[in-house]
Design a protein around this ligand. Structure first.
Ligand SMILES: [Fe+2]
Ligand SMILES: [Fe+2]
Length: 258
């Protein structure tokens, strides 16, 4: 197994100041474990932006977009380092095994622009748009100025990661046939999103003290995901001419039956 090891970052910059005061022993373990998991997930999401950047290059998009996506790859690594400094706040070592990574889908059955836009919808319009809502909630609840500052930096970047995708949808030369094909693909994309976030439902609800150190509240996070999809992603795609409402209803119904 390869290890993700941020001990050098913590040695250089120290832990983030979080207030552990009234946390129960169990919540302390849960909070530390979730920051460690997040350290890994931020880190591996850098490769998603590396892929988007090379897909944008292949699709002939502007060099500015290609460069911006490459910069976002670095931002995700920076988020992982910030998470490592929170892990250290719990007196834990910021080291974790790297999971076996599923490849980022290249959608080689489609032309380069279509392949890119599928990933853009999934990454920016779904995942990053949801991340903005989730990190925004965490930022509002953070118990120390230091943790708030870290979450503010992460939030600002996630806003950029969401916006670049919505902008690409506005600027890309999408004809009616492509719009219809992307619309037809949305149900698959939404079903993956639901599967990903459904894990939250198995996670515990937590106390205010745990929320203040950034521990996730499982059921609340799932609700926030659904609310964001229904109030931002689906209407945003509909406004751009994609049949998103129908696809969302279908994905929800399928996943309920599963
Ligand atoms: Fe991130
Ligand atoms: Fe991001």
């Amino acid at each position: 197994v390869s290890l993700l090891d941020f001990r050098d970052v913590v040695a250089a910059r120290g832990p983030v100041d979080v207030s552990l005061g009234t946390l129960s022993a169990n919540e302390r373990i849960w909070a530390a474990a979730s920051w460690r998991a997040r350290m890994v997930s931020e880190y591996v999401s850098s490769r998603v932006f590396a892929t988007l950047s090379s897909q944008a290059l292949a699709a002939g998009l502007s060099h500015r977009v290609v460069e911006e996506l490459a910069r976002m790859c670095g931002e995700e690594i920076d988020h992982a380092r910030r998470c490592a400094r929170v892990v250290a706040a719990f007196d834990e070592t910021p080291v974790a095994p790297l999971p076996k990574l599923p490849p980022v889908p290249l959608h080689e059955d489609a032309a380069p622009l279509e392949a890119l836009l599928r990933n853009v919808v999934s990454v920016s319009c779904c995942s990053e748009t949801t991340a903005v809502a989730l990190v925004g909630a965490e930022h509002a609840l953070a118990g120390t100025e230091d943790l708030k500052k870290e979450l503010e930096r992460i939030l600002a970047d996630e806003v950029g990661h969401a916006r670049i995708g919505w902008r690409m949808l506005d600027d890309a030369p999408i004809d009616d046939a492509l719009r219809a094909r992307l619309g037809a693909w949305l149900a698959t994309c939404f079903a993956h999103q639901i599967d990903h976030h459904r894990g939250s439902l198995a996670m515990p609800a937590v106390s205010a003290a745990a929320l203040a150190v950034g521990a996730p509240d499982g059921p609340a996070n799932f609700e926030l995901f659904v609310a964001t999809m229904e109030s931002v992603t689906v209407p945003g795609l509909e406004a751009r001419g994609f049949a998103a409402e129908r696809a969302w209803a279908r994905a929800l119904a399928e996943r309920r039956a599963a």
